[in-house]
Design a protein around this ligand. Structure first.
Ligand code: PLP
Length: 510
């Protein structure tokens, strides 16, 4: 494809993308193809001769679209959003054009420097304490990772390295040191709650450290509290285990619960005071709800200033902040923790700038070597929307969630809320045929509510007009209704609620 061919193909593609967005509401939200559908539509070999763009582009609608579930559809109320926006798409376009493996500063100084600047901008917008800023007092800073799962793994690697460095005497060397490390590793535990995202457990599996789940309950709003954490730490101590890592969550996946940051700090102060050798590293997973911190009222409500006593913080711009996958923004209070854990020198990567120690080489803050120019799309989004534009979007979609929850509350003959609304997410279920929403008392009541809710869930999802996902909270099957997608407006939430009411009434009368 030459320049003129690219110009024509790009214009035609952009036109098609605009038309896709302008008409997205007319499509079915979830793909209905059968497994293996695509192999039947494609040749078994790559073409021998290059094909004209027009033929290739035709196959997007004909062959690819049937297998697409439309995450940007206004009726997408499943999981959490996986955002995008036009400025973000433009960022990807430039990033692809300037493609490089920008692992060291010299590989493209702008790639590194823009990342540092926009992550500082974002940290300020989110109200993160100064210690997470690159010019801050503790030499902290931010780095873009591919996903929140990669971020927690990176934080855990650094935490493990820090813990071993601080708890093994420096004078121990050779085999003695290796043996002590091996013994300690077998006792080291990463902690998370039953509501924490599975990525913390996966990181522990990858790193070969123990993992303990701390159960959280409906009575505490599924959040981690000081007494529950203190009991878990005491239990570890009694078993001679060594907790070195805890994930605290701002917006859990099932219900958007927020762990009690002040309570965590006080429980840890009794166990391993902050700054003491071998202190427990606290990583804050704010993958989804962290986006709402652009609103000052959310910073206050979630007590975000408290994260100054923790060690790392991560939020995904690619969930609720108008930036497409992947843009997971990971902050650390002292960047040397990453650098010490993840730097391995290899002659081929040496260069004068790195040797001078005046530049950031982001390969030392992450697991892969190569990295894309991901900060461009964040820069474009922050500049195009501005702080006020982002706040308006978060507040609008949060309010849609609150309105939905109010409508659910107004129909106690059909529904009850299990959790929320919290960060544009409400979890609810159906009440029994005879129940007027009073708390269920018997296990047969519970079974009936679970069965009715499951039927409702399957019925509304079959319509193709909306998609909700589900969860199970202490044995109670609940429907998760999320209203955070950019294209979702009041009329779409009203339509979803009407579909739920119509289906629930029919289920009650059948
Ligand atoms: N943390 C939380 C709270 C999540 O809800 C999710 C996914 O929804 C993740 C982590 C994992 O995100 P990622 O796909 O970026 O690894």
């Amino acid at each position: 494809m030459d320049s003129q061919g690219f110009r024509e193909a790009a214009i035609s593609s952009i036109d098609e993308i605009i038309s896709y967005y302008d008409n997205i509401g007319t499509r079915e939200v979830v793909s209905t193809v059968e497994p293996g559908y695509l192999r039947k539509l494609l040749p078994s070999e790559a073409p021998d001769q290059g094909e004209p763009w027009a033929d290739i582009q035709k196959d997007i609608e004909a062959k690819i679209m049937p297998g697409i579930t439309h995450w940007q559809h206004p009726g997408f109320h499943a999981f959490f959003p996986c955002a995008t926006s036009y400025p973000s798409i433009l960022g990807e376009l430039y990033s692809a054009a300037l493609s490089g493996a920008c692992f060291n500063w010299i590989c493209s100084p702008a790639v590194t420097e823009l990342e540092t600047v926009v992550l500082d901008w974002l940290a300020k917008l989110l109200g993160l304490p100064e210690c997470y800023l690159s010019p801050g007092p503790t030499r902290g800073g931010g780095v873009i990772q591919g996903s929140a799962s990669e971020a927690v793994l990176t934080a855990m690697v650094a935490a493990r390295d820090k813990y071993l460095r601080e708890t093994i005497p420096a004078e121990l060397d050779g085999h003695d040191r290796e043996d002590t490390i091996a013994h300690k590793r077998s006792r080291m535990v990463a902690l998370a709650t039953s509501a924490t995202h599975s990525s913390t457990k996966k990181a522990a599996i990858i790193l070969g450290v123990r993992f303990i789940t701390i159960p959280v309950r409906a009575a505490d709003g599924y959040a981690l509290t000081a007494p529950v954490l203190a009991a878990a730490l005491a239990d570890c101590r009694a078993r001679k285990l060594e907790p070195f890592f805890l994930t605290a969550t701002l917006g859990t996946t099932d219900t958007c619960a927020v762990d009690d940051f002040a309570g965590i700090t006080s429980a840890l102060a009794d166990f391993s005071p902050a700054g003491s050798p071998g202190e427990v590293w606290v990583h804050v997973d704010a993958a989804y709800a962290g986006a709402a911190l652009v609103c000052p009222e959310v910073q206050t409500a979630t007590n975000i200033a408290q994260v100054a006593s923790f060690h790392s913080f991560d939020m995904n711009m690619h969930k609720w902040l108008l930036t497409n996958f992947d843009a997971s923004c990971l902050y650390v209070r002292d960047r040397s923790w990453f650098v010490q854990a993840l730097t391995i020198n290899q002659a081929v990567y040496n260069n004068t700038a790195s040797d001078g120690g005046l530049v950031t080489d982001y390969r030392e803050w992450q697991i892969p070597l190569g990295r894309r120019f991901r900060s461009l799309k964040i820069w474009f989004v922050l500049r195009s929307y501005g702080a006020e534009g982002l706040r308006a979007y978060i507040r609008r979609t949060t309010k849609l969630g609150e309105e939905f929850a109010n409508w659910i509350r107004d129909r106690p003959d059909l529904f009850e809320i299990l959790t929320g609304p919290s960060f544009a997410l409400t979890v609810f279920r159906m009440v029994g045929k005879s129940g007027e929403g009073e708390a269920s008392s018997s296990s047969s009541d519970e079974e009936e509510r679970n069965a009715l809710t499951r039927t409702l869930y399957e019925t509304v999802n079959r319509s193709g007009k909306m998609w909700v996902t589900s969860t199970v909270l202490e044995g109670r099957f609940g429907i998760r209704m999320m209203t955070g997608v950019r294209t979702t407006e009041q009329e779409h939430v009203e339509a979803a609620f009407k579909a739920l009411v119509d289906a629930a009434e029919e289920i009650h009368t059948s």
